[in-house]
Design a protein around this ligand. Sequence first.
Ligand code: APR
Length: 239
Amino acid sequence: MIPSSIVILTGAGISAESGLSTFRDIGGIWSKIDYRDVATPEGYARNPGLVHDFYNRRRRKMKSVQPNAAHHALARLDGAFDGDFLLVTQNIDDLHESAGARRLVHMHGELASALCEACGQRSRWPGDMSVNSQCPHCATVGRLRPDVVWFGEMPYHMDRIYAALGGCDLFVAIGTSGSVYPAAQFVEEAALAGARTVELNLEPSENHALFDDSIQGQATKVVPQFVDDLLARMGARAG
Ligand code: APR
């Protein structure tokens, strides 16, 4: 089957082989710190300094890692596929764009972005952030937060994502445990639209039974293979 409209969803597993921790694997981020303290509005209100330290550490770590073969394969697909294409990532790292992905949305926000609670403006923020940081737009001090979607907050770009899911004929979920909504429910939206649904993951995810196909393996192995097969079939048709 040659798709005409593709939606891809990625999670922390696609960045694991680049050296960034996942959340729910053994030794994952949520086994070391309580998400309620650092990834909820209540935790931020209670102790903003702790939250800034948590994201500062991850922002510094992100500078030291590179995209892997899976990120590059998806960027290749984005560049070569002339149909509708949307890469939806739950990740807040910048490895997809570093690999060259263009038709990309970060539904949980971005580490390298700051959101001002005073003026609502966003700014690129590659360095550390603190309660003393000043908004480059309105100059307010102490109202800058990480531009990251916390538990209980509305993910970004949902209209665009649901529009893409409603019209796709291929949906691929990569490196996600399928344990956080609404992302975990995207496979059902795509299936309702008649799409073929495929999961590429190190191990079967919580909602693997919802997929037409489930391929196990490391992202740097199974994602390039999947993309190369897809492009070969398209090339066969184009040829
Ligand atoms: N290759 C492929 N898959 C992998 C690899 C790998 N090298 N390593 C781990 N995985 C898989 C794991 O098997 C797991 O199913 O990636 C998945 C990672 O799951 P989570 O740690 O739960 O990460 P994710 O699904 O992205 O979490 C969703 O939860 O905490 C929130 O906002 C956070 O965006 C995150 C969301």
